[in-house]
Write a protein that binds this ligand. Structure first.
Ligand code: DOR
Length: 452
């Protein structure tokens, strides 16, 4: 129960980060504290300073009010897997545009992948991203460093240097580590540093020329397929290596039923593994490729309805720990070409919540579980090194998402903050809309309908 002032004292004064703000009368859901109640929440000096029931809100004069009747108020979403493209591919995205897209999507922390140009494989490049994020970032940016130098899978990169520079994990995302010996050493290092190896699982000997999921649809379309086993073989290999080394394996963008089953069994055996699934793999099938829409070309590919049901079951029984977007922006010129030539990737930060709410509306996942998989669960993977994230606890950084669970809206890529307009959902109707995002006490996004 939310008591009067039991959860904190009202500071109610002008803060360094602007005037105090009361989010009034929303349904506050914070899985980190087992909280799900209608109430109000006060933000001052960049922190959550008070939580209370709606009737006993503090006197109005000292703060602005964001009315949240009928809205959900929860910790800001945390994305463990996105591509911000800076440095090197600024025509696709920048830290400024990507973090603005994150804010539009309700995200207050994003972890960016190192497949940039140059790749983030040493202290200098990690420090570059962190300093660029400090000046240009709208939300918190935490970089991920490469497993291998230059992402070429041959030699380990400067893992200890990048660890002390503040990376949240190591990944060659976009490229799998084919050399089992190198992966073993990365996992040994992970055991020592306590950070995860974030694994893009793909046996490239099985995916040469592959463009979409291998099956009846690929045969019908005449497109070379990417078989499910190309992912599962690597999931199995790396689970075995995690067991051998005691390192922490985090499996990125799980897309097949077989992978979920392998992870489930490994967890039962006590292997140190966590795993993520994307909104697109949870909600879209390979049928999206019919019509040769290059915006539906993504790696791993969209799979089948049977895979989707297994992924949802994986979320329900915690075989899959978190949802991460794999936001992969590409320019229109890149995607407007022959299907075979287009790069893989879907721009996902701004459609994540609306897509995922379908699982809630269809009673496949509870709202509380969905929020947990986007907030306290990724925060658990990141740890406390970057502050206490994914919680509305008093004194925590005021990172908050406010959304309307049942508002319908049409995906219009023209109004995307992301430079990447590459989504197969363009024109689709989604139900569930972000209304406001607050990061470190600052209002970083507000829907035009929200009056302040
Ligand atoms: O579809 C994808 N796009 N999958 C990846 O693994 C990489 C990403 C990108 O960087 O565009």
């Amino acid at each position: 129960m939310l008591g009067p002032v039991t959860r904190g004292v009202i500071k109610g004064k002008m803060s360094q980060k602007g005037k105090a703000l009361l989010i009034r009368g929303g349904r506050i859901i914070d899985p980190s504290q087992g909280l799900d109640e209608v109430g109000s929440l006060l933000i001052s000096e960049g922190k959550i300073s008070w939580l209370g029931s709606e009737e006993i809100t503090p006197p109005r004069s000292n703060y602005d009010v964001l009315p949240a009747d009928g809205l959900i108020v929860c910790p800001g979403f945390i994305d463990l897997h996105c591509h911000l493209r800076e440095p090197g591919d600024e025509e696709k995205e920048t830290i400024a545009s990507g973090t603005l897209a994150a804010a539009h999507g309700g995200f207050t922390t994003v972890c960016c992948m190192p497949n940039t140009t140059p790749p983030l494989d040493n202290r200098a490049t990690i420090e570059y991203v962190r300093s660029k994020a400090a000046t240009d970032g709208v939300v918190r940016v935490l970089p991920i460093g490469c497993i291998s130098k230059g992402r070429n899978g041959k030699k380990l990169s400067s893992l200890s240097e990048m660890t002390s520079a503040g990376v949240v994990g190591y990944s060659d995302d976009g490229s799998p580590v084919m050399d089992s010996g190198l992966m073993r050493r990365a996992l040994e290092y992970s055991r020592a540093s306590g950070l995860p190896v974030i694994d893009h699982c793909e046996d490239t000997r099985l995916t040469v020329g592959g463009l979409m999921n291998e099956g009846v649809v690929s045969t019908r379309l005449g497109l070379r397929g990417i078989p499910a086993v190309a992912e599962e073989i690597m999931v199995a290999r790396d689970l075995a290596l995690a067991q051998l080394t005691g390192g922490w394996l985090h499996i990125a963008h799980v897309s097949t039923e077989g992978s979920v089953e392998l992870i489930r069994r490994a967890k039962d055996k006590g292997v140190r593994v966590t795993a993520e699934v994307t909104p697109h793999h949870l909600t879209l099938t390979e049928e999206m490729v019919v019509g040769y829409d290059t915006n539906a070309k993504v790696n791993p590919p969209l799979r089948t309805e049977q895979d989707i049901q297994a992924l949802i079951e994986g979320l329900r029984d915690d075989s899959l720990d978190i949802i991460a977007t794999d936001h992969a922006p590409h320019s229109e010129a890149d995607k407007q070409c022959d299907f075979a030539l287009a790069p893989f990737g879907i721009s996902g930060l701004e459609t994540a919540l609306g897509s995922l709410m379908r699982l809630v509306h269809d009673n496949q996942l509870s709202l509380v579980s969905l929020i947990a998989k986007l907030t306290c669960e990724p925060a658990r993977i990141i740890g406390d090194k970057h502050g206490k994230l994914g919680t509305l606890a008093i004194g925590a950084s005021a990172d908050i998402a406010v959304f309307d669970p049942s508002q319908d809206w049409l995906v219009d890529t023209k109004v995307f903050a992301s430079k990447g307009k590459n989504t197969p959902l363009a024109g689709a109707k989604l139900k569930g809309k972000v209304m406001a995002t607050i990061c470190q006490g600052k209002l970083v996004y507000k829907d035009e309908s929200v009056k302040l």
